[in-house]
Design a binder for this molecule. Structure first.
Ligand SMILES: C[S@@+](CC[C@H](N)C(=O)[O-])C[C@H]1O[C@@H](n2cnc3c(N)ncnc32)[C@H](O)[C@@H]1O
Length: 242
């Protein structure tokens, strides 16, 4: 994600003022972006016994992230899928914003020719290895690529439901920045798991199909307090019931 001074400042204020101890992120990549920024902010704020879970689907990036984040003992990187694999495929299959993307010209998507295939490939966990042009193979090939010949082990999927539940009563800071195609599914999962428990949420790529709808929902629901809404970089930070 794009990290600028305004983001550093607001992050540091939220973590420092609310003494946040629990952190959850979907989309680590190599760990050197948002994960490192949040970890450094936690250290600078002198937070006592912090816990930071971060999820990365791609095994290659996962290994890089583990190496790059070694200096933060409170960070635990998980290699797996944030949501249920079948549910993710179903969500992509049925998403009207992909089927009729021409009707939503203001929402950025990565591939105009076959966005559904592009996003199926994206959640396959092979982003570091595969040609992600979305042009070859067809829909079935994409689904097979998603399963990689065998299904993802159950313990390596649905990680928002299983891991975020551990900290649902601890007023966590949650950052969603993973796959473009299923951002809204992740947001819905977070809302389901968190229920009426307070939390802070950071949405990245709010001009994009990833979190355009998540931001829209945040803006209309008065139970969310919008703390930061940067439409230039596509980033929104809000507090739920705080
Ligand atoms: C935009 S990058 C994350 C960038 C990172 N937050 C940063 O600031 O550098 C998205 C990452 O999410 C991973 N990813 C995609 N879908 C995922 C999913 N469903 N669960 C976990 N990780 C996922 C991708 O492999 C990719 O490395």
């Amino acid at each position: 994600m794009v990290i600028d001074e305004a983001f550093r400042e607001v992050l540091s204020r939220i973590i420092g003022d609310h003494r946040i101890q629990f952190f959850f992120e979907s989309g680590t990549f190599n760990g050197l972006g948002s994960t490192t920024l949040i970890s450094e902010t936690i250290q600078n704020a002198g937070i006592d016994k912090p816990v930071f879970y971060t999820l990365e689907r791609d095994p290659y990036f996962y290994r890089q992230a583990c190496e790059n984040l070694k200096r933060f003992p409170f960070v635990k990187v998980f290699n797996g899928l944030s949501v249920d694999e079948k549910e993710a495929v179903k969500f992509l299959e049925n998403d009207d914003y992909l089927t009729n993307h021409q009707q939503y010209p203001d929402i950025y998507i990565d591939n105009l020719e076959n966005p559904r295939q592009f996003y199926l490939n994206e959640i396959s966990g092979n982003l570091s290895r595969k040609n992600n042009s979305g042009k070859s193979g067809g829909f079935l090939a994409s689904v097979m690529s998603l399963f990689g010949g065998k299904k993802t082990e159950p313990e390596r999927q649905n990680l928002i439901a299983t891991l975020l539940a551990d900290m649902r009563n601890k007023k966590p800071l949650i950052l969603l920045d993973s796959a473009g195609g299923i951002g809204y599914l992740e947001f819905s999962k977070v809302r389901e798991v968190m229920g009426d428990n307070p939390y802070f949420i950071i949405l990245d790529d709010t001009h994009h199909i990833k979190h355009w709808r998540s931001r829209r929902d945040v803006l209309v629901d008065k139970r969310f307090t919008v703390i930061h809404d940067d439409t230039t970089h596509g980033r929104t930070i809000a507090a739920w019931l705080i």
